[in-house]
Write a protein that binds this ligand. Structure first.
Ligand SMILES: Cc1ncc(COP(=O)(O)O)c(C=O)c1O
Length: 385
């Protein structure tokens, strides 16, 4: 057993990150200053989008996209139950209704065939999630959305750096949302970004994050103006300048981080192929995943116990496993408000009973990876049927 606890995810902060943040702390601008535009431009260039708009979190970014897509009371948005609650919550923030559709059995991403069954004249948006960093079935989803006049909001909080048919995630959907929470590929502490090629969406997103005001303080100062206009009901969802300075430095290491995550995933997949009772994540030919998570599925038919016991046994080995996700519709809030009781989304619910996320972060050492593989082999062999 390893002597120290290995978390499932963790940030990496280097001296150059700290220096960049300190430099901003010594400057005139703590909130919206020059680093915001610099980060947004670098980010847009990296994912190949025309615009990038930063936010104080991925959740705030999701809220803004559901506003920009025109979601409101009486509308519906179709999304996956196998995600973090924020994906569906952002629809509720706008007074619209989240409608869940089940996931594909291989990738656990939103299943376009199930989406098609849920489309109604009220459908205003489709929100695929790139689960674990594997891009959703974007061609089919974009096609469906085009047919029905819906907006595609891709929740790519797991998928910065992923590719789909050699196109970068962030340049495919109408709007794509990223998160910079510390367990993600790059971090700003809290933070998020929306990318889009649509200038109208970009403008609405910028206003929404700044109280609905049509210009920011810095623009007004440089123009020597006092006048501003609040043109829509927005929020304060701004990402501070020092957080953007951190993001700029972190973005420089994205490629190295992705490469390391791909190496770790390859080692896991090779080793787990030899272990009875476990199924590795599936990668479709058109996808180059970003490996935010490495979620294994237990082949419970080949084991003498359930997921909870395997989870506890791995934790007892100091391996910081986690579970992504409790299906959103099974949370008490969704059960109470919409009457879900389980059984509505059999693929997602069956996956949930088997899922365990192994540690996955770019700073993991080769020894860390070996420790995880060793612990999984040990625990599963002791429960093999
Ligand atoms: C799929 C997904 N969507 C949305 C979010 C929300 O992002 P944030 O934590 O930056 O608000 C997360 C966060 O972890 C996520 O995993």
């Amino acid at each position: 057993m390893r002597p120290t606890f290995l978390p499932y995810g963790r940030q990496s902060v280097e001296e150059s990150d700290i220096q960049a943040v300190v430099d901003v702390l010594r400057s005139d601008w703590l909130t919206t200053g020059p680093k915001v535009a610099e980060f947004e431009e670098a980010f847009a260039a990296r994912v190949g989008s025309a615009y990038a708009v930063s936010f104080s979190s991925g959740t705030a970014a999701l809220h803004a996209t559901s506003f920009a897509a025109g979601l409101k009371e009486g509308n519906e948005a179709i999304t996956t139950p196998l995600t973090f609650a924020a994906t569906a919550n952002c629809v509720l923030y706008q007074g619209a209704t989240p409608v869940f559709a089940d996931v594909c059995p291989d990738t656990l991403n939103l299943d376009p065939e199930q989406v098609a069954k849920k489309i109604t004249p009220k459908t205003r948006a489709i929100l695929p999630v790139d689960y674990a960093g594997h891009p959703a079935d974007l061609n089919a989803i974009v096609e469906l959305a085009r047919q029905h006049g819906a907006v595609v909001i891709e929740d790519a909080c797991h998928a910065l750096g992923a590719e789909y048919n050699r196109r970068k995630v962030g340049s495919i959907a109408d709007m794509t949302v990223f998160s910079f929470h510390p367990v993600k590929h790059i971090t700003t502490g809290e933070g998020g970004m929306v990318t889009t090629d649509n200038p109208q969406f970009a403008e609405v997103l910028r206003r929404f994050r700044n109280h609905g005001i049509s210009s920011d303080a810095r623009q007004r100062q440089s123009a020597g103006q006092w006048h501003y206009e609040m043109v829509l009901l927005g929020f304060n969802y701004r990402l501070p300048d020092f957080a953007c300075a951190l993001g700029i430095e972190q973005l420089k290491r994205l490629d190295a981080n992705l490469q390391r995550r791909r190496e770790i995933a390859a080692r896991y997949s090779k080793a787990l192929a030899e272990i009875r009772g476990v199924i590795s994540p599936v990668v479709r030919p058109e996808a180059n995943p970003a490996w935010h998570l490495y979620p294994i599925r237990l082949d419970l038919e080949k084991l003498t116990t359930d997921r909870a016991q395997i989870f506890r046994a791995l934790r007892a080995e100091n391996i910081g496993v986690n579970v992504h996700y409790i299906p959103v519709h099974l949370h008490p809030y969704y059960r109470d408000r919409f009457g879900y009781s389980g059984g509505e989304f059999p693929v997602a619910e069956d996956a949930y009973s088997r899922l365990i996320s192994l540690p996955m972060f770019h700073a993991m050492s080769d020894q860390d990876v070996s420790d995880v593989i060793g612990a999984v082999a040990k625990v599963l062999s002791s429960y093999a049927r």
